[in-house]
Design a protein around this ligand. Structure first.
Ligand code: SAM
Length: 228
């Protein structure tokens, strides 16, 4: 397995992010990595589900920050988490070691967990990281009935293939009825692609002063939209 060596940068809320050596993009908003993760994926995602056990799929494990803020949120609330994450460019361990989101050894446990197999990080938090290209269909991760998808790919202009109607249709199928997908982008083409895949799309206030983010819902009864 080939590892990637991104560089570290500081964001405005004092937390670190990474910059990908090939895409040239940062893994989080420069307004604040931790602030963005908590707003988009926890406050408007996990917390809004109001459930005791949750199956999560993350597109792009990267720095492990979203998994970490999830673990942090869930353990104070006795929530059971079955976390699945996909990653094509695993972050080199010497870079992950320098991320100072916490001194809790469980953060390192998230990074050190084996690939392509389920690992118990705590009694109530399991992690399955798949080393795979998320755009390739027909993989094991697609068959789990997730309650929520953290869609955290690089921006649509950089990786349009990740934000395609085909990709969202596969994610729609992988969600349980009533399941949701949350993402930081509120671009028009993203909304259209989500709707084309069958989602009901809501625009919410974005993180740290950004105007909008999206929450897409797999309704129990499918909605059909007129062509725009
Ligand atoms: C915006 S970053 C976010 C990463 C992570 N959620 C975090 O908080 O650090 C996007 C992530 O998607 C990963 N990625 C890019 N293309 C991918 C692909 N085709 N399949 C799976 N992961 C991919 C990148 O390596 C990167 O880790």
């Amino acid at each position: 397995m080939e590892e990637t060596t991104p560089s570290l940068e500081l964001t405005d809320d004092g937390s670190a992010t990474l910059r990908h050596p090939f895409f040239g993009e940062t893994y989080h908003s420069l307004r604040g990595a931790v602030g963005e993760a908590r707003h988009v994926f926890i406050a408007n995602g996990l917390a809004a589900l109001d459930r005791d056990t949750v199956r999560i799929l993350e597109i792009g494990f990267g720095s492990g920050l979203n998994a970490w803020v999830t673990l942090e949120y869930a353990r104070g609330r006795n929530m059971g988490i079955d976390y699945t994450a996909l990653e094509l460019y695993p972050v080199a361990s010497n870079v992950a070691d320098r991320l100072d989101y916490t001194t809790d050894p469980l953060f390192a446990a998230l990074h050190n967990a084996p690939w392509n197999t389920k690992a118990a990080i705590t009694d109530s938090f399991s992690l399955t990281k798949y080393y795979t290209d998320a755009t390739l269909p027909g993989n094991e991760w697609e068959h789990k009935n997730y309650d929520i998808i953290y869609f955290d790919a690089f921006a649509p202009d950089t990786q349009p293939e990740m934000w395609s109607p085909e990709m969202f249709a596969r994610l729609y199928s992988a969600l349980s009825p009533g399941g949701i997908l949350v993402t930081y982008s509120a671009k028009g083409t993203v909304k259209q692609a989500l709707r084309a895949a069958g989602f009901k799309v809501l625009r919410l206030p974005g993180a740290l002063g950004k105007r909008h983010m999206l929450k897409a819902i797999k309704e129990t009864e499918p909605t059909f939209y007129a062509k725009e």
